[in-house]
Design a protein around this ligand. Sequence first.
Ligand code: F6R
Length: 649
Amino acid sequence: MTTPLDSAPILEASGKKQSTQQERFEKVRTLVHSDSNSASKALALEVAEMIRARQAAGENLVLGLATGSTPVPFYRELIRLHEDEKLSFHNVTTFNLDEYYGLTQGHPESYYRFMRDQLFDHVDIPAEQINIPDGTVAMEAVYDHCLDYEQRIEQAGGLDLQILGIGRTGHIGFNEPGSSEDSITRMITLDRVTRQDAAADFMGVANVPRSAITMGVGTILKARRLVLMAWGGNKAEIVREAVEGEVTDQISASFLQDHDNATFLIDKAASTALTRFQFPWLVGTVDWDDRMRKRAVVWLSGKLQKPILKLVDEDYNESGTGELLASTSQEAYEVNISVFNHVQHTISGWPGGKRDADDTHRPERAFPFPKRVLVLSPEPADAFIGIGGTLERLKEQGHIVKLVFQTSGNLRVADGAALNFARVVLEMAEEESHANTNWKSQKEYANSIVEAIKEKGEFGIDPERVRKLKGLILRGEARDAASVCRMEYSESEFVDLPFYENGRYRRFQTTEDDVSLMNGVMNEFTPDIVFATGDAGDPSSVQAICFRAFEAAWNELSGAAWRRECNVWLYRGRDRPYEAHEIEMAVPMSPDQMDRKAESIRKFISIGDDDQNALIRNREAAATYDALGLAEYEAIEAFQKWKGNKAAK
Ligand code: F6R
């Protein structure tokens, strides 16, 4: 699906500011596409035109490139243009933004390796035209290496176009907070948040390098054109700060506001915090339907720190929402009551519907009862982080619950967990041999695990056998966690989607096999309710890929009778939590349930990731409801009805 904005040229930036009233808070041109694929394709097409125009003129094009998840779909499209439409890169010179310090070119997470895998090995760019900072230069040679990098950019004629991503610290390249506007290529210490974000790629934060060589902000700003891409809800807040906030060295992406040909190219999920989408009444006339009213009243209540039912006409008029009252010719009190009731009706301790009860105002229907509830967990811990409390309620209330772990999650498991297992087997073998039992094959197996882990080294790729073992270890933990939430052993299924088993982070792609597996799971179980997550995640995350596999299967099943009556509820795991106005079902949790949820998350020992932030988010949701004037709960798990669900009523 495309929005009209999808067709605006990207590289033809017309001055610094946005032009319409809606965009007046934005200090740098910001184009919002419906999704990352459409944006990446549009950009690749324009870059291809630039390359061809230079070819026609017998000239070179100098491209600055980025790594990470963000540019992956852009590179895929460039490769497609090369393969299907004969786009040649013989006249392209590239300069990469950065490289981790200490990683060799062959390291699976080095940016050198990334660029080869994602682009260079698939197009006809001459090797001598590729430039990437060298992460292996000796410490005393780093300074000269950086100066040389700067000079090489200049000798090539300067950067015609620099592609950028944005980190959650607001960094471009690896210019962490504190980087000055005129900084040049140099060694930098990575921020804690940046290292945490890279932890999954490196199988644990401890393995993430502490420093990197990066182009400076000044180097980047010298490029003639800049395009910063950002996808997914987790980038929404930092995009807003960079686009609408002050220019500050605390957010290096904000310096793009000072450039006269810079564009933020973002998808819908990354645009949600911009004023024009978050508070549209502040930038123009809006259509005051029920949703918009709820959104504005919840916002007003939060802004003035007044419960909804205490808002008065002046509060509306003085905060730019007077139009809301005028549009309904109602007084504040009437609007307050209607929104208050609306929010109150989202609260339900009966996530599967309440049997024999009047369900007019309940989020979920009373019938059928019991319901067949399918809970999808992209990585094993996701379901517990997102809906641990709800899971327990569904079980207690007698529904037929099936917990499907979409991927094995084996990439998250630390080597130590697999080694421990292998050593236990070896010790067992010793003991058994005393008892004269033949444990030869078990011993061989355990030794092969120990050897394989030794051989691949700290960052190497696990051979299939090690991945399999790690997956099984995580399975055990997932089952343990499920039992804390009152689930029986037989109620969990591990489907190990193939995209995950055959790939690595940032190299994942949904395949037809994934879709047909999900199709089979759903069609066999015929759910009345599905709980899913990943719809607003970084598109290359495991969660987003799992969601797309579910969505594609769901669409394939449009003729299935069960599907017409099935509701899909979205939950948020590690992603940006729902804001109060977005919540359509709020399931309260007692302190005891919170304790059990915490315990279920703690079961995931092998991934060393005790994500108790989930509990904080649940408590925050409850505090927000409380501040709106609703009942005061210990915690709340929040859900939204999926709009792609045609059966949603
Ligand atoms: C990568 C780079 C970084 C990333 C940023 C976002 O070369 O310079 O600034 O663009 O960390 O990373 P992803 O795209 O993985 O979210």
